[in-house]
Design a protein. Structure first.
Length: 223
């Protein structure tokens, strides 16, 4: 299956992506991983991307698409893949659609993990981490036994900059601005499927399997 995974920061995409990848035996492809690997290996595309990143600029859509095309052309993608972090915008969605058309391929599903903004804010702003040993906590769902102190090493736990309310709000604003039109883009192509990301992790995965099984059945009715 060829799947695009959509969802706001804090929606739980990473957890579900790994489960989907393992269950369907398809690679989980994130743009961040592609950038890091190409930069580490010193590829032509990696060197070009690094120049943009080092100067604080966004990597152009066309270069990102070239990196995606290179990755999707590898042998482990023959039977499908899970794209995470690309596309983020309608322009990128159109680029990907054209690329797949050129190769006689298409996406089977754009899978959206839906979580209300208020829930994401609570999830992310409640996170705490120990700067000494790296242990993770959540003020509501997994608090330390002693307030503000790490259970393991006793150091004072802290909130990462990325998890502060103002930063989270900004990230969600960017997501809404960029990705809401992309969600409509895939809905118009009748491949958008949504699951409730507020349920228990194992239940969300069950819902995903049910949705993807239906997609597969409709795509291959003779099976």
């Amino acid at each position: 299956m060829k799947i695009v995974l959509l969802g706001a920061p804090g929606a739980g995409k990473g957890t579900q992506a790994q489960s989907i990848s393992n269950y369907y035996k398809i690679p989980h492809i994130s743009t961040g991983d592609i950038f890091r690997r190409n930069i580490a290996e010193g590829t032509r595309l990696g060197k070009t991307a690094k120049r943009y990143m080092d100067s604080g600029q966004l990597v152009p859509d066309q270069l990102t698409l070239e990196l995606i095309e290179d990755r999707l052309g590898q042998a482990d993608c023959k039977d499908g893949y899970l794209l995470d972090g690309y596309p983020r915008t309608v322009v990128q969605g159109e680029f990907l659609e054209e690329l797949l058309d050129e190769h006689g391929s298409h996406l089977d599903c754009a899978l959206l993990i839906q979580v209300p903004r208020s829930v994401i804010l609570e999830r992310m702003t409640g996170r705490r981490v120990c700067p000494s040993c790296g242990a993770s906590y959540h003020l509501k769902h997994n608090p330390p036994m002693k307030k503000d102190l790490c259970d393991i090493c006793g150091c004072k736990i802290m909130q990462r900059e990325d998890d502060k309310a103002e930063t989270v709000e900004e990230r969600l604003d960017v997501y809404d601005e960029q990705t809401s039109p992309l969600i409509r883009f895939y809905a118009e192509r009748h491949i958008l499927k949504a699951v409730d990301g507020t349920r228990a992790i194992n239940q969300i995965f069950k819902d995903i399997v049910d949705v993807l099984s239906e997609v597969k059945k409709n795509d291959h009715p003779q099976e």
